[in-house]
Design a protein around this ligand. Sequence first.
Ligand code: NDP
Length: 444
Amino acid sequence: MSYVDEIYAKVVEQNPGESEFHQAVKEVLDSLKLVIDANEEKYRKMALLERMVEPERIISFRVPWVDDNGQVQVNKGYRVQFNSAIGPYKGGLRLHPSVNQGILKFLGFEQVFKNSLTGLPIGGGKGGSNFDPKGKSDREVMAFCQSFMTELSKYIGADQDVPAGDIGVGAREIGFLYGQYKRLTGLYEGVLTGKGLNYGGSLVRTQATGYGLVYILDEMLKKNGKELAGKTVVISGSGNVAIYATEKAQQLGAKVVALSDSNGYIYDKDGIKLDVVKEIKEVRRGRIKEYVNAVPSAVYTEGKGIWTVTCDIALPCATQNELNLEDAKALKANGCFAVAEGANMPSTREATDFFLENGMLFMPGKAANAGGVATSALEMSQNSQRLSWTFEEVDAKLKDIMVNIFAKADDAAKRYGVAGNYVAGANIAGFEKVVDAMIAQGIV
Ligand code: NDP
């Protein structure tokens, strides 16, 4: 059995029930086969892959809090500190009822390679809780965040582990978490990113993942003789990533015609009015179906189905495994020629293979959505220097980073004889840097 197959079999055996983690490991290892086979003896001796797939540390804890009826609630809290070979752990906190250890391990594993690709000195981690912020009052969200941070604060720090937002964690939650960290430790330090602008946040962080996604999409199109202007785009989700991907795509001349949430999707043939979406999602925390109240010519459809909308470009920006083989076929049949992932692992393995085998341009999440964490690292730099850069400065750095990520993925794919396969390219480029650092640091 090859080293790669052996490790994958061990991961499945030793991490039962963690299907998303198995899926992420398989995708990465499969595309690293060429590199690993070429170095098999050395890597085996150093147990490099065994160390690569085992988090350095997983912290799991109880999060008790009191709801508005005086009832005590208990959630599960986690932080997966996956790999610190190239810098302090960095990765978001997710608050969603579906959160479990396997999902956070998949996200932490992906984060290691993504962070490496940015070229910035950040290791990989991820955390969160099965707490559902939906329908909770501000006081309940604060009570949860304070309890969560009371435990988490023991394991994080500006040079140790720097969490950020993810699904269910936006400016409100980061504010509550930061306040509690400061109160407990007495430290005013860059321990979280995505902070408000008045207390150490960076301009562009809010927009970064969505903007970065469109910057790398634009670069991929240009390098393949195509352009974004005038194209029809479908984007799933209507959260942070989806909203700012829509904004940048529109600024660059594309027409975004559909957005969704976990209940259904809207189709606006005239192009999404983003101010209406922002009002619903960022101000009122409402549902996407409310869009048709403000724009009666738009259509709301309950349920999944957004990938049946005709488009040139699809940007999945909601959650893992939201786009399966059937969806991929529907996109292709309707003329879609490019897909870039704003979410983490939104396409199933079968869908990803279909895109690659059918000559579609495909940019995987670990490259395409790296703009968020990259800008978080820029926030860390500003915090360390006690400086704030302008919007234009940060945006220019973000664009530069995304163009560089494309170049690295493109180059690695070409070096290993799989030109145009940005899944392999991103995995290989991310892996090379982490492996070099791990070897240099000895058996730790
Ligand atoms: P938000 O919480 O702001 O938005 C998530 C969106 O996805 C919402 O519209 C939500 O709908 C929808 N969604 C969530 N879960 C599901 C589900 N199970 N089925 C269908 N729809 C769902 O999160 P973000 O925009 O921050 O994150 C979106 C994705 O991007 C995630 O995969 C995240 O890991 C990834 N990402 C985010 C980064 C960031 O900087 N924020 C950075 C890199 C990646 P509803 O409101 O109905 O739940």
